[in-house]
Design a protein around this ligand. Structure first.
Ligand SMILES: NC(=O)c1ccc[n+]([C@@H]2O[C@H](COP(=O)([O-])OP(=O)(O)OC[C@H]3O[C@@H](n4cnc5c(N)ncnc54)[C@H](OP(=O)(O)O)[C@@H]3O)[C@@H](O)[C@H]2O)c1
Length: 220
């Protein structure tokens, strides 16, 4: 899917040293340091939209704002096939001030209408084992959104990786271990041989507070 028909896509991972983004019970506040999270907010401000999966929206109740003075907050996007997003969540109650979009398979039921009344933009898209990323990205591009930051969780990140729909990956890595029962930063890719492994080029490594910040691009 060429750029132009879709926004430029950046994947962001904020993980422990062992590649986990949360504990098994979903607690994830906080894996990385204050400095890395502040850095991540600048990354948000550089993008036209930020996306999270339905589980992150439910468990973290995030604001997904950049809070960078003088910078516009990106459009906040949730991939939520069954429209679980709570009417009392931050993303919904602030939707009239900062745009919140939901991609879902339910476009016209009462829940969708109630969210629309609260200012949420609800976009119905095809759902075939996960909402269609291509349709969603086309809708974003047509609305003039030229860059998208995908913040997770691991299930949504894995869908973008499986589809090859990303340009850059920013990885904030904290010197902390969360263990094998923690939640993975990249969900299942269903690879069957090493030839299929997803290979990246490391472009930059720097320290941010206590953490590492690594930038990767797709290796063709
Ligand atoms: N460390 C960090 O910076 C960080 C960042 C983000 C999240 N997290 C943590 O990550 C955890 C949640 O991650 P998660 O992997 O369980 O869930 P997730 O990626 O947040 O959400 C996955 C859900 O999104 C929905 N979805 C709709 N279309 C999809 C598609 N095409 N591909 C993938 N998902 C799609 C599905 O739910 P429906 O079928 O209901 O639509 C799916 O189950 C939370 O504990 C959160 O705290 C941590």
């Amino acid at each position: 899917m060429p750029l132009g028909r879709r926004p430029k896509i950046t994947l962001k991972l904020a993980t422990s040293l062992d590649g986990k983004i949360a504990l098994a019970n979903g607690d994830s506040q906080w894996v990385t340091s204050d400095a890395a999270r502040a850095h991540g907010r600048y990354l948000r401000a550089e993008n036209d939209a930020i996306a999270v999966g339905a589980v992150t929206a439910e468990l973290d109740n995030p604001h997904l704002t950049s809070r960078v003075p003088g910078r516009k907050d990106p459009v906040r996007v949730v991939f939520d096939s069954s429209l679980k997003l709570s009417p009392g969540s931050h993303l919904v109650t602030t939707a009239k001030d900062t745009s919140t979009w939901v991609f879902t398979r339910h476009g016209s039921d009462a829940k969708a209408e109630a969210l629309r009344e609260q200012g949420v933009i609800v976009h119905p898209v095809t759902d075939e084992n996960g909402l269609s990323l291509e349709e969603s990205l086309e809708i974003m591009a047509e609305a003039g959104l030229r860059s998208l930051l995908v913040e997770g969780g691991g299930t949504l990140i894995a869908s973008f990786v499986r589809a090859g729909l990303y340009d850059t990956l920013h990885w904030y890595r904290a010197p902390v271990l969360l263990g094998g029962d923690g939640r993975d930063c990249v969900g299942a890719l269903s690879l069957t041989n090493m030839g299929q492994a997803v290979r990246l080029h490391r472009m930059k490594v720097s320290e941010v507070g206590l953490d590492l910040h690594e930038i990767y691009v797709k290796a063709d």
